[in-house]
Each structure stands twice: as structure tokens, then as C-alpha cells.
Design a binder for this molecule. Sequence first.
Ligand code: MN
Length: 745
Amino acid sequence: MSNTADIKTAELPLQPIEKILAVVTASEKHYDIEKIERAFLYAKSLHEGQYRVSGEPYISHPIAVAEIVTSLGLDTDSICAAFLHDTVEDCPDKTSIDILRSRFGDDVAMLVDGLTKMKVINVEDKEEANIENIRKMLLAMSKDIRVIFIKLCDRLHNMRTLGVKAEAKRRATALETMYVYAPLAHRLGMQRIKQELENLALSYLDPIGYAEVSSDIERKYGQNQNFIENTRTYVAEKLEEYDINFTLEGRVKTVYSIYRKMFKQNKSFDEIYDFYAIRIIVNTELECYTALGIIHELFKSIPGRFKDYISTPKPNMYQSLHTTVIGRDGIPFEVQIRTREMHEIAEYGIAAHWKYKSGAKSKEEIDQKLAWISRLIDTENGAADTEDFMQALKIDIFSDETFVFTPKGDVIALPQGATLIDFAYAIHSQVGNRMVGAKINGMIAPIDRVPQTGDIVEILTSSAAKGPSRDWLKIVKTSEARAKIRQWFKKEKRAENIKIGREEIENALARFRVKPTEEQIEEIVSAAAKKLGMADVEDLYNAVGYSGIAMTKVSSKLKQEYERVVKPEEHPITDVEQVQTHELKHRKSTGGIIVDDADGCEVKFAKCCNPLPGDEIIGFVTKGYGISIHKKDCPNAVSGQKNPEQADRWLHAEWDIEEFSSGAKPLYEVGLQIWAENDIRLLSNITTALADMKVTLLGINTKKRTESDIILLLTVGCKNIDHYNSILSRLKNIPHVLNIERGTA
Ligand code: MN
């Protein structure tokens, strides 16, 4: 023994951790006792001189947490991490994750890191949705579920000793416990921890209600002391007759469970009729049913109250038989019957099964462990339920979402791949619009960086910020951010937009042979604005300025109005274009399309490009099949127009705005070509997204597939180009989707 730590050991026997050492020494599992002692001594030396609010040395807290962790049967590294869980946060000058790694290995460092990151959480004044995000994020962050187990133990001890803290702190911690940690414990089936957390939280959140219910419970037990004792004795005698080895527990209901029942069902304490409960714990499943038979023989059962959670376990793996019967004094009581193993699971949940001989490091390992638990509780009827639970748990642990903290501890959920700009707009459009930079975990980061789950992101804003740049539209991943950026350009740059728009429109008018007078210009532009659905001329200028409307669309309206306002004889017909313009005065909508000089002709949509309302289009006179409408940039249309033989068969065409703004909008087929990484949930994610948007799926095809990638061809029903764009941006946010292009169906 040469180093100081060991000398301390000699001087100070391991009194405080004797309990832990006793448990691990007696255990059949292998524990590294030397490592556990070393972690304790290191934590003790780091926390030296620090005290809890109660006045105790700080180390008493990590010891207590390690004791609870040990009692759950967790492994050496978990116990070490429990000792060390507050050191990185509280003693930053003396230690770090890297130092812990070099002293105690990767696992302990990873566990402490996970526990340290969880401290930023803050649930005060949060909406339910945000709280659900926090729960999800906690699971997502803990790539190793031991982090959650240790965190729950930490929280349990903090709750047990919360009384000495200031009122505001007590309330905040109790709220967080009630909304985040107790539900997590429930989800992991850790009933015992869940109940204690709930009771403690309630005692701080509603001390009066808590005291009232507890004293009611005492009173009722006191009044009916004989009932409980008699029932227990009576049941015990009968079970012994059948030679069943059992344990009988008499007090089952918790203060919180009764409080909640009163609150939810608005009942007085005396109206709660399943107040009494006894629990019978036996050795085998068969004995469970035998015991149930005995109970039903002894007492009259209440119909509809029998539940067999053995053949059908609850989603959190809970197994038990429940029945409610009428006791001999006419008092109803519930009976829960289960095996010891089921009892362990009911009390400790997944932790009861988690064997950490080597520690779960990879997804595959955790999958294996989940599969193992799944097999363990796989019964005929319970299989489906269990699978659902495992699926839910896996999705939570390996979420496709990224959960990022604000500096205040809010959690923002972002789709995978979302950038810091998306994050800024997810907080508030003002934050996005004033963004000048960002920090991830305190370090300056470029605004197109993709944050990771658990990162703390701070957006740097300035009221002097110039606003978003148009490039951001190409960077952002969420449609929310994109829409907000567009919105900004629409609003904030109105003056600039109007200036740009006015110039463009003046240029368009200047192209006419005969320059309209000022009055005519006014009339043309205001009529065109109205027909294009704009409130006034300024709105039209603005829309042109921020590219909210295609200039070609505006030009053709201007041309129509020009023809109406400026009398034909006033402009000499000199060039070809003008001749056509003049001749094409009868324009009639056919199937929502206006085709120059094609009155009453049948119109169909070209299959090669499937144009959508809003696309720039052109018509082609087929031989005997009416006019087929192509997108202007369709390769067939582009090359066709260059062909001199076809030149006169291509006609100007446009969508009939009036028809589209009124009445039911027809659906148009449109093809989507999706490049994606080949992931098992890809297709279901896509179809779910389409169903959410109420988009009709008309066809689906695989174009190409390799080991890793896939190209899917989707045909969907689409109203217009805006609708198409919204579908596109939603689908682009689906994990594993790499790129989407408008394709042929
Ligand atoms: Mn702690």
C-alpha cells in the first residue's frame, strides 16, 4: 500500500460502504470489489469539503445512491458511476470525463457523462408535449439504459432528503419527479421506485392532501385492524392446507394511488371500495391459479373484477392475478397473486432482468437483451403486447429524432439532420430571424451544423441582425423553418420587394409595341392584380418581388389586360408575335387550362411530366387526340419546340386561375422519385406521412435497389404545385431519405 488513497483506506475503515460491500460479496454475480472501493475513495476525495444543505458531508449522497443501485442488482460499473455521478459537475477543477475514463474505463466514464448531461433538464412551466419530449429524450440520451436506472436512484435519494431544501426548489424537484421520473420508472416497470417517487412528490406538492389521505388510511386500518388480521390469518390457514409456500403482504395501496383515485373519480375517501388489498406471493405459476381458486372458494367474488395479467402481461411486463372479493364482514378487498419472479419484475422492472456482466455497448447487444427479456416473458397471449412494448422501448432508445436542450433546459425535438438554423426557428421565428451565430455546449459553431441529442444549444441573436439569408432556404431541413424564412422575406422586405416587383412589371409593359398611357398602365396593372387574386397593386409588386408568383404568369395576364385596355387598332400589327396575340382573342378554359386558339379542344396531361397547377405549361396539338399539356421544362417539350416540323403545333397554355380558385379542386397524378437509404421502416414512414397529410397514394414501385440504397417511384394525387411542394418537404424530412425529385410515374 503505497499511495495516499490506500493509506486512507487503512486509517478509515470502509464503514460507510459496508452495506454495499456486504451485498456484493454475498452475491452470486461477479463484482470487482477493488474497483468499487477505488471509485468510492476517489469520489470521497473529490467531494472533500463539500456539504449538503442538511450539513452532512456531500459524499453521503453518492453513497446512498450507490446503495440503491446495488440493491437493484446492477453491476460494478453502475455502482462506480453512482459514487462518481456528481463529481464532474461539482468538482470541475479536480476531475473530468477523460480522467474518469483513464481511471475507471469507458463504461464508467460514459455512464457519468450521461448522468451529468441530464442535469440541465427543467420541467417547470412546461407544456405536456415538452414533458413528453423530455421523457423521450432521457431514453434517447441513455444509449445505455443503466444511465436511467442510476438516475432514478439518484432522484429517489434526492427526494428522500428534499425536506431541507428551500420551498421553491422542493416544488420544482417534486414536479419534475411527478412528471418525468415516476412515469419513466413506470415505463420500465420499476413499481417500487415509481411508488416511492410519487408518494414523496405528492407530499411536497400537496402536503395537506397527502397528510389527510395518510391519516385517513391510518384511521381506516385502525378501525378495521381486526378485519385485516382475521382475513390474513384465515387465508394463510387455507393456503397452508394446500401445502403452498407463500408470503402474504397486507398493506398494498399507496397514499398517492388513493389520492389520485379520489381526485380522478371525485370520490370521498370512504367511497373508495378497493382500498384494502392483500398480496399473495407463491413459487410457481400453477400455485397462483391454485391460490386464486382457494380465494374464490373462501369469498364471494365481485363480477368483472378478475384480471389475468399472467396469461396477458401488461405492456411494462407486469404479471399478476387480480381479483376483488367481499370479506366476511362485508368489506370488499382486492387480492393480487403472483410468483416471486413476477414480484421481482413488478417491483424492479427491467432492472430485475438486466444482467450487466459485460455491459451493453452496441445496439445489437441491447437488441439481444431486449429479445432475451421478451423470450423470458413470452407467453401465448402476452406475446403481442410484449412485442409492442419492446418496439416502443427500442424506438425510444434509438429515436430518429434529435433532442436538443435550450440553455434554460427546454427540450426541442428535431428531425434527424436538422441544423442549428432549424433549431433557432423551432424556438421562435424571431430567434431565427435575429440569429447571428450559435454555440453548441458553449463552443461557437457554424449555423449549418447538425446538433446531436443531448447538446445544449444557444442561439446568439442581435437586434441589428440583417435577417435570414436566401441561402438558408437550401440549408434548413424542416418545413417549419423554411416557411418562416419565406414569411420573413414576404413581410420584412416589402418595400424592397415592391420596388423590385414594380421594375419587373414596368419592364414587361415596356415590351409592348405601343406604350400604354399612364392611365392605361394603371388600369392594366390593377385589373391583372385582381385577376391574379391580389388585394391591390402593391400586393402584386410585393409578390413579384419575393418570387411568390411566377413572372410569366403575371406577364400573360398583363398581356390580356393590355389587349383589352389598349384598342387593337391603336397598335400596328408588325411582328409575328403581335399577329398571334391579336388573333388569339377567343380564349376559353378547357379542363382548367386556357390554351390559345384552341377553343373547345380536348385537353389532356402529358404522362412524361404530369404538370401540376402552378407549373409553367405549354400545349402540343396531337394528331387526333386533342391537346396534350406538358411542363414548359419537360425535355420532350424543350426538344419538340426546337424541331421546325413541330414548331406551329406548340401553343401557349396556362392554368385557368379563376377555375382553380372556385369549387372543388381536381387531383393530378404526380410522380416522386425518392432516393433513400434502405431502412426497414422507410416505407412505413413514407406511407404514414402521406396518410397524415391525407395524400392519395396511387402507385408505388421500386426502381432500383442495392444493399444500402433504394430508389422508389411513388405516384400520388396532388392539387397543385404548392401542395406538391408541401408533400415534398414533408417527405424530405423522413429519416434515411436522401433526395426526392419529380419523376415519371
Ligand atoms: Mn446526485
